[in-house]
Write a protein that binds this ligand. Structure first.
Ligand SMILES: CC(C)(COP(=O)(O)OP(=O)(O)OC[C@H]1O[C@@H](n2cnc3c(N)ncnc32)[C@H](O)[C@@H]1OP(=O)(O)O)[C@@H](O)C(=O)NCCC(=O)NCCS
Length: 181
């Protein structure tokens, strides 16, 4: 499959640091692993994908050029990954809908990178032919909620005790969505 090359863009964070936002590539494997290993334990309790699992990292890297998937990373000049976001087309009768994931490394938080990455992944929706986007998160993830509300997403539902964290505790799942006109 021929990989479409998307333009990279540079983003200056609120604290003056600069990152490049571009598509995930095969060369990012080691840095994506390191990114996963660096995530705070609290995040690992709540993340749907286990970013510390070598199998998950392999699955993400193998999908770097998949037709139904966009994965972007915020990287430093030396390849270190500061943030990751993905948009994946749902199958079947929801094939017009894309599901978003967003994750920023703890050293990079509160500098606007979350919003920047979220905006960039939302902008890739037309490329996948999507007319609706959704993102889900456990109810306690208030920063994720603030980011997507800022981008125009609204809560479409709450699924009660839908998620069990890695310690087996139940949490409500918020489903946020936006319809693109
Ligand atoms: C959610 C996450 C991506 C935010 O990344 P970030 O780079 O810190 O986000 P930003 O700096 O762009 O912050 C955007 C807004 O979110 C809100 N926010 C972010 N962190 C917050 C916190 N700790 N407490 C309260 N509000 C917070 C604020 O409104 C902030 O805007 P402001 O800084 O102008 O006040 C990051 O915390 C993360 O990866 N969390 C774990 C995974 C997750 O929850 N993903 C979201 C669901 S998919």
């Amino acid at each position: 499959m021929k990989e479409r090359v998307a333009a990279a863009s540079t983003m200056e964070l609120r604290d003056g640091r600069r990152v490049t936002i571009r598509r995930l590539s095969e060369q990012d494997r080691t840095n994506l692993q390191l990114f996963g290993m660096s995530l705070p334990t609290d995040d690992l309790l709540y993340l749907e994908d286990d970013f510390q699992s070598p199998e998950i990292i392999t699955r993400l890297i193998n999908a770097h050029a998949a037709e139904n998937w966009r994965q972007i990373v915020a990287v430093l000049d030396d390849g270190t990954i500061a943030g990751y976001s993905a948009l994946r087309r749902l199958p079947g009768w929801s094939s017009h809908v894309g599901d978003i994931r967003l994750l920023v490394g703890s050293e990079w938080r509160r500098s606007g990178l979350g919003v920047g990455l979220a905006r960039a992944i939302v902008e890739s929706a037309p490329d996948l032919g999507l007319s609706k986007l959704m993102v889900d998160m456990i109810a306690e993830q208030s920063s994720g909620r603030a980011i997507f509300e800022r981008l125009g997403f609204r809560i479409e539902g709450t699924l009660i005790d839908h998620v069990r964290d890695r310690q087996g505790m139940p949490h409500n799942l918020l489903v946020m969505a936006i319809t693109m006109r």
